[in-house]
Every structure is written in C-alpha cells, then in structure tokens.
Design a protein around this ligand. Structure first.
Ligand code: ZN
Length: 658
C-alpha cells in the first residue's frame, strides 16, 4: 500500500488544518482496504474562538452519517476539546449520557453528531488523529497466534486488547496514556478492531497509517497467495429466485438478492470447508449491523433454501436468547449474506445501495478469512462480544437514521415492456420512486440511458424476438434475484382504416406486437413470478375494448385479445398467488402512439376540435401518462392484494362504458 499524498493537492489547502484534515481523510476513505462505507474516523485539533470571540481549543472530529471517501468540512463538527477530554476521566458514562454530553460540547449544535470515538480522539494529544479498520491488521489479530504476530510486527505501537468501542475504548486508551504516554509510539493497534495513528501534521499521521497497514499486508502476502481460478458455472435462476423468496418471507418484506459470481466468490463458495470457516464471525464487529454475525449457507437440492433459511432463523433466535441481557427486542431473523455452494455469494437487502455495501463487506470478509486460515486459523471475537455490538444502541441508531415509512415497492423487482416513453416510462418512474428496482425493455435504444437515470436497467429488446425476451428476463433475475412485477405495456397503433380496407401487413404486425408478444413475455416471466414476493402482472389494455371506435379494428382486436389473455392468466395463476389485472387507459395523448397526425384525424372523425377531443370524457379532464402509471403502480401494490382479473379504467369516465 503506497502513500497517495500529493504535494500539489495538499498545497491547495494553504496550510488550513481543517482543509488538510478533509484531504487526508479522503485519501484514507478512497481505499477500501482501510475503511469501507462510513467506517473509520479522523480528527484535528485547532485553536479557535467561540461566539464571543474567546480563544479555545477545538476538536474537529468526523460526524456520523459522513463517509471518509467523500467528507467535506461540514462533516467535521467542532467540540470543546478540554471538556471532551474530561469525559474520559469519568468512572463510567452511559451511552445516553455520552451522546447528550458530546452534543452539548458542540460549538454549533446544528452540526452532525460527532463520531462515537470522539472522546478517544480527544485524549490523544497529537493534532491529527487517523483511525481505520484496515483488513490486513484486523486479519492478523483474528488469529490464534494474533497476539504474538502483532507484538512481533508492531514493537513501535501501543497494543490493546479488544473492548467495546465508545466510552469503554476511550477509557482504555486514556488509562494507557496516563501510564506510559504515546511519545515513543507510532500508532495504536486495537485487537479485532483497527488502527490509530497520530502526529502534529496531517502527512505524518496519514503516512504512518499507510506504513503500519503495509507491514501487515506484507506479512500476509509473504505467507499466502489467494487462489482465484474458479470460473462461474451456469446459475439455476429458479433456485436463486427461491432463495430470494425464502429470505424475503423470513424478513417479512421483499429483498433484493444480488449474486456475486466473480471468480473469487465462486472459489470461496466451492471450498469444501466453506460452511465451517464462513460462519465463525465477521472481520470486525461493526460489520455485524450490516451483515449479521454469520452468513446463510445454501447447498444441496434447489429446494433446500427454504429449510436452510428456517434453520438460520432458529439459530439466530437461540443466539439472541443466549446473549440478550436487558429488555432487548430481537431484530429480524433473516440473513444478509448467503454463501451459495459452488455459485458465489449473495448480498441481501432492500435497496441496491445496501446490497453493494453488503457485497463489499462479503468480498473483504472472504479474503480475510482465507488469509487468516492460511496463517494459522480464522479466530474472531466470541458470539457474545459480537452480540454486544449488534445490539449496542449507538450502532442501532446508525441504521435507524432516515428510516421513515416503507415505500410500497421497496425491495421489489419489476419488468416493464415498452419502457422508453409514455405510459411505460412513467410507470418505471413511479415504480422506482416507490422503491422497486426496474428493468425496462424497449425496441428504442434510448431506454438504456433513461432507465439508468432512474437507477434501473434499460435493455434494448424487440418483444417479437423470443430469444431477446428470454435473455432480458433471465438477466433481470440474474442481476437482482427474482421478479415480482410484470407490466405488459409494449404496443403499437397501426392499421388505420376500415375492416374492408385493412392492410394485412399492418393487421398482422399489430396482433403480433400487442397480443402474441405479450403472451410470449408472460410465458417466459411466469415461472419467476410464481416465486416472486406479492407477485403481480399488470396489462395495459384500452378503453377500445369496451367502447371500440370505427377504423381501428386491428388495435381494438389486439387489446380485446389482451384483456381475455389477462383474464385467463388470472384464473390460471390465482392458486399460486400471482395477480393479473388490466388497466384501460383512454386518450392519453402524451404517448408515442399519438402523433399530431393521428390526433387530428381522430378529432376530425368525431367532428370536434383537437382540444375538445382531448377532454371528451365525463369528468372533462385530460388523462396523462403519469395518471395511468400511478394506477399501474397502485394495482401492482398490496393495495390491490385482494384483486385479480379486474379491469380498471383510467379514462375520465366514458358514457359508452358506464
Ligand atoms: Zn473503529
């Protein structure tokens, strides 16, 4: 690991200590071997002034909710240093008292809450203090010979056994400093936790961190080379969807299941001893709030995931019963990581963002476990010590932040055809806004960019191409773990003219795209929808079905056929819990179907102006694509959990239908 210090970049800080603090914090945050996803913390001590202009010493320490990789000056709340140090002298300090007192010591009460390690940063006398959870160092402490290895590698560091972070750890360091000071030390090694380095200048504190971690990395790489020669084998996508459903049911809400089948994930999952070595514990205890203490292991028959998840939940209940001391409420009993024998590692969470966090932790964890095994054994903290951190109120507070009402489609996976514009695109927006991961298909390649902008995936796909449709559905399941919502929206409006004059090519094309391709798409998706969470199919029909007009026979017939297809599907799929409903929009003019020309000729046919034609419904209201999209999202949600085979108009009321 090399120092990334750059004189030119550092020079731009113009000697401003807080700017330098931001600069080297970002250097640390940029390397996942040092810190991951909000882990680690840093500080700087400066002379400042209070509101009245009186001089005082301030501690700027990382605020909670900030990530070192992207931190800025406002991410460092300022605390009164002297009083913060005094907290370490107390005999004991409850979490509630510590949180309140630290807040009271903030110069700006509106700044973010300071790190739970603020007191520790305060008692270290040096101006710049850096703290990471470097994989390599912690890996060496997670070893039966860890103490001896660390003593040999770090004669110039203060080495401390594991204690709970927060006040207990600050107190432990404060006591050690009273006894021997830090002058002769380059850093502090905290067993099973991480590293502190410190100096009166930003560069030395940072580069000491790099040097200490590099020692551990060198020690490991001299003794162990990771084997990464295992290619991914074909994945049974139905088995993946089964795992996802079992975990979602255990969690009580839809979860994404993102498979990592990189060569190192597969190699780990293929180790004969994986079930044993993967379930000894995490690299550092603060991962537990993201990953739970151990992963789920899935192996054997495709159906075995249901019983494996049930066993995981029973084991978790036993773990809780054994270690719960006070009036604790048990967290959910569902796993966050599944090691799928021979196939890789699955990250399980409600959002893609959280899946990425879990997946990153899983990748670092398996590397650490295997290095540890090669160096004499992977030996983590006890289950009781991990439990203490999992149920520590200050850790739980991190998870609760920002959790409000659960969006209707959180954790759901949706596939929408005809997604590039109009009703299809608006439906993607609505579903994504309600928490779903959305895959949009369209023959128009612009869908790739427009869906990416929604945080989803756009696939250029002609629904007439069976192979392309199969590939798109498979890719959806492979990426996210399953399929819950199918919106059949792709359609064309061609073949104007009377029945007598109907052009055969137009007729066949309309029937092929609007009707036959929808049957094919349903047929490919149904096996996965059966394994979905509150699964639903929504078919976009048309007011034409119940109130056809002259001159559009192909379109009307295709939509009538589609409606009947949906009704039959509703009958066939109801026993398996898949709901199928039809939306009948009318006169939605902000879609691709309605060119100015089509609009004008339709208005003419009814003998009204274009403006009157647009609002010629009982409510006299213009129907927009987004109105239809909102209804589709609602019908796909649990609001309509007891509705199948229904036909819902979104047409402003039509006297010919009512
Ligand atoms: Zn820490």
């Amino acid at each position: 690991m090399d120092s990334q210090w750059n004189e030119e970049d550092a020079g731009q800080c113009n000697g401003d200590d807080l700017a330098l603090r931001v600069y080297t914090s970002r250097l640390l945050g940029a390397d996942a071997r040092l810190v991951m996803h909000g882990g680690g913390n840093t500080s700087v001590k400066v002379h400042g002034r209070d509101f009245f202009g009186r001089e005082l010493d301030l501690l700027y320490v990382k605020g909670s909710g900030w990530d070192l990789a992207t931190i800025e000056k406002p991410g460092f709340p300022a605390l009164r240093l002297e009083e913060t140090c005094m907290l370490a002298e107390l005999e004991r300090l409850s979490d509630v008292d510590m949180t309140r007192e630290l807040r009271a010591l903030m110069v700006d009460p509106g700044a973010p809450a300071p790190s739970v390690e603020a007191i520790l940063h305060a008692v270290i006398p040096h101006r710049f203090v850096d703290h990471t959870h470097a994989d390599a160092v912690v890996t060496l402490t997670n070893n039966p010979q860890g103490d001896a290895i660390i003593a040999e590698l770090y004669p110039d560091c203060l080495i401390l056994p594991y204690v709970m972070p927060g006040f207990v750890l600050a107190k432990q360091v404060w006591v050690a400093l009273q006894e021997e000071g830090l002058q002769s030390y380059k850093g502090i090694i905290l067993a099973h936790h991480g590293v502190f380095t410190f100096a009166d200048d930003a560069r030395t504190a940072y580069e000491n961190m790099i040097e200490l971690v590099t020692r551990a990395e060198a020690y490991i790489s001299e003794r162990y080379a990771p084997a990464r020669d295992r290619a991914a084998s074909a994945v049974d996508l139905l088995a993946l969807a089964r795992i996802r459903r079992a975990v979602s049911e255990q969690r009580g809400e839809a979860q994404l299941a993102v498979l990592d089948d990189s060569s190192d994930a597969v190699a780990f999952a293929a180790r004969p001893d994986v079930a044993e070595i993967a379930t000894r514990g995490p690299i550092t205890p603060d991962h537990v709030i993201r990953t739970k203490r151990i992963p789920l292991i899935v192996e054997g028959e495709p159906d075995s995931s249901v019983s494996a998840v049930a066993q995981f939940a029973r084991d978790y209940e036993a773990y809780f019963a054994e270690h719960a001391t006070e009036n604790l409420t048990m967290l959910d009993t569902a796993p966050r990581i599944a090691i799928w024998r021979d196939h890789g590692s699955i990250a399980i969470s409600s959002t893609l963002k959280d899946c990425r966090v879990v997946s990153d932790i899983a990748r670092h964890t398996r590397a650490a476990i295997q290095a540890g095994e090669a160096l004499g054994g992977w030996d983590t903290l006890s289950a009781g010590e991990i439990f203490e951190l999992e149920y520590w109120s200050l850790e739980q507070a991190k998870l609760k932040k920002g959790s409000g009402e659960t969006p209707a489609h959180l954790g759901k996976i949706a596939l929408v055809s005809g997604a590039a514009s109009g009703i299809g695109y608006q439906t993607c927006r609505e579903l994504a806004a309600a928490g779903a991961v959305v895959v949009g298909l369209d023959v128009d390649a612009s869908v790739v960019v427009s869906l990416a902008d929604l945080g989803g995936v756009g696939i250029e796909c002609d629904v007439l191409d069976d192979a392309a449709v199969i590939a798109a559905v498979n890719s959806t399941v492979k990426q996210f773990g399953g399929l819950d919502i199918l919106v059949c929206n792709a359609g064309v409006f061609l073949g104007q003219g009377s029945v007598e004059e109907m052009n055969i090519a137009d007729w066949e094309r309309v029937i092929a795209i609007n009707l036959t391709a929808t049957q094919r798409l349903m047929s490919v998706a149904i096996p996965f929808l059966r394994l979905g969470v509150s699964p639903a199919i929504v078919v976009v029909g048309s007011r034409n079905v119940s109130a056809p007009g002259p001159g559009a026979s192909a379109y009307s017939v295709s939509k009538a056929g589609l409606t009947q297809l949906a009704r039959v599907a509703a009958l066939e799929l109801a026993p398996e819990g898949v709901r199928v409903n039809v939306i009948h929009p009318d006169a939605v003019f902000d879609t691709g179907l309605w060119t100015g020309e089509v609009l004008a000729s339709s208005a003419q046919r009814y003998g009204v102006s274009v403006e009157n034609y647009k609002t010629r419904n009982l409510l006299g209201t213009e129907i927009r694509a987004v109105d239809v999209a909102r209804m589709i999202a609602a019908v796909a949600s649990d609001l309509f959990a007891a509705t199948t085979g229904a036909q819902v108009p979104v047409d402003g009321g039509n006297d010919r239908v009512i």
